[in-house]
Design a protein around this ligand. Structure first.
Ligand SMILES: C[S@@+](CC[C@H](N)C(=O)[O-])C[C@H]1O[C@@H](n2cnc3c(N)ncnc32)[C@H](O)[C@@H]1O
Length: 189
């Protein structure tokens, strides 16, 4: 990973960018099936900012505890909560507290009682070791300047035999010019 920018500076850029999102437009919602979208409140679909549909691949089972890293408005947290049923639980985690508040609002609107939202950074997950069955994340790990730390934390909280299902963007950093590697929009967009 490039070390051309300070990690704290990158996190400030990311928080500023996601606080500033005004009319999200639901671009991420194209990755979901009609049946998945039909059960969600309009706000959760409108705030879909991801790049895939990780819950579709995470093989969730009744009773599982699922952690959604960088949950945003909570679309995947709510879908995961539905997949694991009332005996399971979905935890949405986001660095931006406004996103957590949106997720909570959407859960209330959807009548979902087994989801909760935690304001925290995915580089320091406030959960014990071996405490979740699956970690999902959608368009988020690319925003971290400490990607290995994120993966370390995900593996720390996963139980033995747990599942990690990420949908994200990747680049070959060596092929990018320094103007891109140090551009705020490249790190936070
Ligand atoms: C592209 S949006 C995706 C949101 C959501 N996963 C979705 O599919 O709609 C990225 C989200 O990651 C959050 N985020 C960025 N860096 C984070 C970090 N270090 N820890 C936790 N959340 C982070 C942002 O606040 C934002 O809500």
């Amino acid at each position: 990973m490039s070390d051309l920018m300070h990690k704290a500076e990158i996190q400030r850029l990311v928080v500023g960018a996601y606080r500033a999102v005004g009319s999200p437009g639901g671009a991420g919602s194209v990755a979901y099936t009609g049946a998945q979208l039909a059960g969600l409140p309009a706000g959760a679909v409108e705030w879909s900012l991801g790049v895939g549909n990780p819950v579709a691949w995470a093989d969730l089972r009744a009773g599982d505890v699922v952690l959604d890293l960088g949950c945003g408005g909570g679309i995947d947290t709510l879908l995961a909560a539905g997949s694991v049923g009332p005996s399971g639980r979905a935890i949405g985690l986001d660095l931006v507290l406004e996103m957590c508040a949106r997720g909570r609002r959407h859960a209330v609107e959807a009548g979902v009682a087994n989801a909760c939202f935690v304001g925290a950074e995915m580089e320091a997950i406030p959960l014990p070791d071996d405490s979740v069955d699956a970690v999902v994340s959608n368009g988020v790990v690319n925003l971290s300047a400490r990607k290995m730390r994120v993966l370390f934390e995900a593996f720390r909280v996963l139980r033995p035999g747990g599942r990690l299902c990420l949908t994200d963007l990747t680049i070959e950093e060596e092929r990018l010019p320094v103007e891109v590697l140090t551009h705020p929009a490249a790190w936070s967009g």
